[in-house]
Ligand binder design. Structure first.
Ligand SMILES: *Cc1c(COP(=O)(O)O)cnc(C)c1O
Length: 219
């Protein structure tokens, strides 16, 4: 039985109006994604450029596209043809490459900075204590605009256990917002997934990225 539409409607009704629900669609078919869109999803989150390319050809700009997975610098050019925002900027080299291609296209491209809020060595993202300095470095790039922060946080069994990491990311968000840096407009805080979005919203997220509770848990 297919409940995608019901799932989307229930979630959209439940979350506050200011919160954007991104459908995290890695591994999901165009057909599934279209159902989610029919039910009111306005932003798609994809993890891989190549996978997104195929889906984008069929779905197009009826929705906004966010890249929520890691991006290699050699895929930036392709990514900019699909995505409206890259949520996972965590190195100057990547930011510089986005800036370069955005410049060639004559656009100012929105990015979020990914925060490694759990300071996990194997994970991507900027450590919290390095974030401010990193953003100041990036603010010299004129063809990108830093519009927010994104974090995954550590994998937890109990959603309560991730609250600390979301809170820390929100504090960072507020602190950077106050600085009013050039090319930085801290507007979006992207955190929370299927099992943790409620905690994320309580801690100030205005973007949540939801896959499993829309499309079903994978076995
Ligand atoms: C898959 C994914 C999500 C959604 O995860 P669910 O637990 O299925 O809701 C959110 N963010 C990122 C970066 C993802 O890769």
């Amino acid at each position: 039985m297919n409940n995608i539409k019901e799932n989307v409607k229930r979630i959209l009704e439940e979350v506050p109006e200011n919160v954007i629900v991104i459908a995290a669609t890695k591994g999901r078919s165009v057909e599934e994604i279209k159902e989610a869109i029919d039910a009111g999803i306005k932003v798609i989150g994809e993890n891989y450029v190549q996978e997104a390319e195929g889906k984008f050809k069929e779905i197009g700009r009826t929705v906004n596209w966010h890249l929520i997975g890691n991006l290699q610098t050699n895929k930036v050019k392709k990514a900019l043809n699909i995505f409206d925002c890259i949520e996972t900027v965590d190195s100057f080299g990547l930011a510089k490459e986005i800036d370069k291609y955005a410049g060639k296209k004559g656009i100012i491209f929105p990015v979020f900075i990914e925060i490694n809020s759990g300071r996990e060595p194997q994970k991507s993202g900027v450590f919290p204590e390095d974030t401010e300095k990193f953003i100041i470095e990036l603010s010299e790039l004129k063809n990108i605009k830093i519009e927010g922060l994104m974090t995954m946080g550590p994998l937890v069994d109990n959603p309560e256990d991730i609250r600390h990491y979301f809170r820390l990311t929100k504090e960072l968000f507020d602190k950077i917002k106050e600085k009013k840096l050039p090319n930085v407009k801290m507007e979006y805080l992207s955190m929370g997934m299927s099992d943790t979005y409620k905690v994320a919203i309580e801690e100030g997220a205005n973007i949540i990225r939801i896959g499993s509770i829309i499309f079903g848990y994978r076995r």
